[in-house]
Design a protein around this ligand. Sequence first.
Ligand SMILES: [Zn+2]
Length: 431
Amino acid sequence: MSPDPVDSVAVRSGSARHLGGGEAAHSAGYGGSNVGRTGEVHLGYSGQMPAAVISTKPADLLKPLGNTQAEFSITVQRERRRERDRRRRGVQRLGVLPALDACGLEPSGANVAIRMLDGVAHVAGVKTCGSVWACPVCGAKIRHARSLEVAAALGQAERLGMGLAMLTLTVRHHQGDALDSLWRRQEAAWKGLQQSKAWRLLRDEVGLVGMITAREVTYGEHGWHPHRHVQLVLDAPAGAGRLEEWGARLATAWLHQLARQGLSAVGRWAVDVVPVSGAGVARYLEKIEPAPAERPGRAALELIRGDLKAGRYGSLTPEQLAEMVCDGEAEAVRLWTEFARASKGRRFLTWTCGLRERLAVPESLTDEEIAGAEVGGEVVAVVTAPGWWRLVGAGAVVHTLEAAEAGRDVLAAGLAADLRPGEWWIIDAFA
Ligand SMILES: [Zn+2]
C-alpha cells in the first residue's frame, strides 16, 4: 500500500516555505534581471531606468531561475540546473560544511516529490542549506532574488530623482595571504571608514542617503581578492568631478583605516567614485547575480598551480573553483575548502539602515527562505525517503529529473530500474 502521494507532499510543502506557487510565479509584469546572460541588459536599462515597477513580492522573488525571460529556453534552464547540481555534488564530496552536505540530498519528510514546471523538473521535499557563498544551487536562487530587490530599489531611487554612484575601495593583496584574515581585516577597515570623521563630513556633503554593499571573492595571480561593490544612493545626482573630488578626500581616511589593519593600497587608486545610471546599474546587478561561470581552461589550472605568467588569466570565481573541484584538481580542492570555511556566516549583501524603507523595498524573505522555497509546479512522481537515498547513492538524481522531462514512460522505466517496488509511484495525471 502506498500512502496518498498528494497528501504526503502537501503536508511537507504546505508550510510557510511553500511560497512560490506555480500560479503566482507567472503573474509579475517585469522583464527579469538576467543581465549579462546574453551580453545584453534585460531590465529595459538603456541609459534610463525602467518605467515599470519591478515586483519584489515574495512569490515573485521565488520565481524559478531563468523563467523570467521568454528567450531563456527550457534547454538552457535544464543545462544550468545540471551544472549547478553537478558542482554541488562535487563540493559536497569534500565534506566541509554539514548543511551543504545535506543540501538537495536529505529528505525533509517521508517522501520526495518530482514536480514539473514549464517543462523543467524539480525536486520538492529535500533539505536546502541556504548558503549563498558555498552552495552552487542555493547561491544561484538567493542571488537571483536579491538582484530583483536591488533592481527594484535602484529603479525607485532614479524615479524619485535621486543620484546613484559606485564606490570602489581597493586593497593590496598578495599571493599567500590567508583569505579569512584578509577578509576580516578588510571588513574592519570598511567599518572603521564609515565611523570616521572624514566619512561623516563627506557623507553629508555629498548627500548620501544610503548604500548597498555586495561582497565578492575571487582568486587571481596575487592570491585571494575579497572585495566590495558599494552602490551609493545620493539625494540628488552628482557630477563626476564632484564625486572624484569626494573620493580623493576619502582616500586618506581609507589608507589610514587599512594601515590600522596592517593593510595598504596604492594611494591614487585607493578610492574611486563614479556616477552610474543604466548600464552601470546593470553591471552592479551582475555582481550580485553573475552569469554562469565559464568552464576554466588550462590557463586557470596554471594559475592555481602558481606557475602562471602574470596577467594571462584574470581571476577565478568560487564557482569556477567548484568546477575544478569536480575535475579532481587538488589545488582547487585546497582553495575551495579555504573559501568555504572563510565565507561561512559572512554577509554577502548589506543595505544601510533605513534604505530599504526609503526605496519601498522591505526585506521580505531570508536567504534560507529563498533557498528553501519550492518553486511549485505539478507533482508528477513521488519517491519514498529510502528510495530517494538509493537514487542519491547511485548518483541518479539529475538523471531522474531528465527522465521526468522526457515523459511518463521514460520516468517510469528509470525509476523501475533504479528502485524497488513500493519506493516510487507516478501520479496518474502525469501524461
Ligand atoms: Zn544549498
